[in-house]
Ligand binder design. Structure first.
Ligand SMILES: CC(C)(COP(=O)(O)OP(=O)(O)OC[C@H]1O[C@@H](n2cnc3c(N)ncnc32)[C@H](O)[C@@H]1OP(=O)(O)O)[C@@H](O)C(=O)NCCC(=O)NCCS
Length: 173
C-alpha cells in the first residue's frame, strides 16, 4: 500500500471503476469520464479527515483498490476510527482485502493507538458484511436508513473491531 499518486493511478482506477458491480452498495456510481476519477482521487488526497491509500498489487502490477481510514476522534474516552475500502472486482475474495486490512490495522492499533475501528455496510452488501465478519469485526447494531441512491429504506449493519479482538484475530500467540 502506498499514497495515491493521482496522475499515475487515475487510468487504472478509471478502468477498475467501470464495472457497475463496484458501486452497487456504495455512494459512488460508474464515472462518466477519466477526469471525474482524477478529481475523485485528488479529493481523497485533499480530504482533511481521512487517510487514503492506493492498494497496489505487485503480481498484477496495477492499482487494485483504495483504503480509507478516518483520522482518529475521541468518543466515550476511546480513540476511534472508521474504515472503508474498494477492491477492483477481479480481485474480490483473493486474499488481497485481508492483506490490506492486516497492514492498516497494524498501523491503526500500534502506531495510531486506536482503541476501536467502526465500519458499516448495507445488509445487501454480502461481500462487505462477510468480509468484516471474517476480519474479526463484531456486529453491534442493525438499523434502518433511507438510501437516496436506492430510493428506499435499507437495513444498515454496524460493526466494531476492538483492539482486543484485533489482537485475538491477527496476533495469535
Ligand atoms: C467489500 C469488499 C472490500 C470485500 O472484499 P472481498 O475481497 O470481496 O472479500 P474478502 O476476501 O475480504 O472476504 C473474506 C471472507 O468473507 C467471506 N465472504 C466474502 N464475500 C462473501 C460472499 N459473497 N458470500 C459468502 N462469503 C463471503 C468469505 O469467507 C471470504 O473468505 P474466502 O473468500 O477465503 O472464502 C469488496 O467486495 C469490494 O470492494 N466491494 C465493492 C465496494 C464495496 O462495497 N465496499 C464496501 C463499502 S461498505
Amino acid at each position: 500500500m502506498r499514497p495515491i499518486d493521482v496522475e499515475r493511478d487515475t487510468p487504472e482506477w478509471y478502468s477498475a471503476t467501470q464495472d457497475p458491480d463496484m458501486h452497487a452498495w456504495t455512494g459512488n456510481r460508474v464515472p462518466n469520464d477519466i477526469d471525474e476519477v482524477r478529481e475523485l482521487l485528488r479529493g481523497y488526497n485533499a480530504h482533511p479527515e481521512v487517510m487514503v491509500w492506493c492498494i497496489w498489487d505487485r503480481h498484477a502490477t496495477r492499482m487494485i483498490g483504495t483504503y480509507w481510514l478516518a483520522v482518529p476522534y475521541m468518543s466515550e474516552r476511546k480513540r476511534i476510527s472508521i474504515d472503508a475500502q474498494r477492491i477492483a472486482k477481479p480481485f474480490w475474495r483473493t486474499g488481497r482485502t485481508m492483506a490490506a486490512r492486516r497492514l492498516v490495522y497494524l498501523y491503526a492499533f500500534e502506531d495510531l493507538a486506536i482503541d476501536a475501528i467502526r465500519a458499516s455496510a448495507w445488509e445487501g452488501n454480502v461481500n462487505s458484511c462477510r468480509s468484516m465478519e471474517g476480519a474479526g469485526f463484531e456486529l453491534v447494531e442493525v438499523t434502518p436508513r433511507f438510501s437516496g441512491k436506492h430510493g428506499q429504506e435499507l437495513i444498515e449493519r454496524h460493526y466494531v473491531l476492538t483492539r482486543e479482538q484485533w489482537r485475538r484475530v491477527y496476533r495469535p500467540v
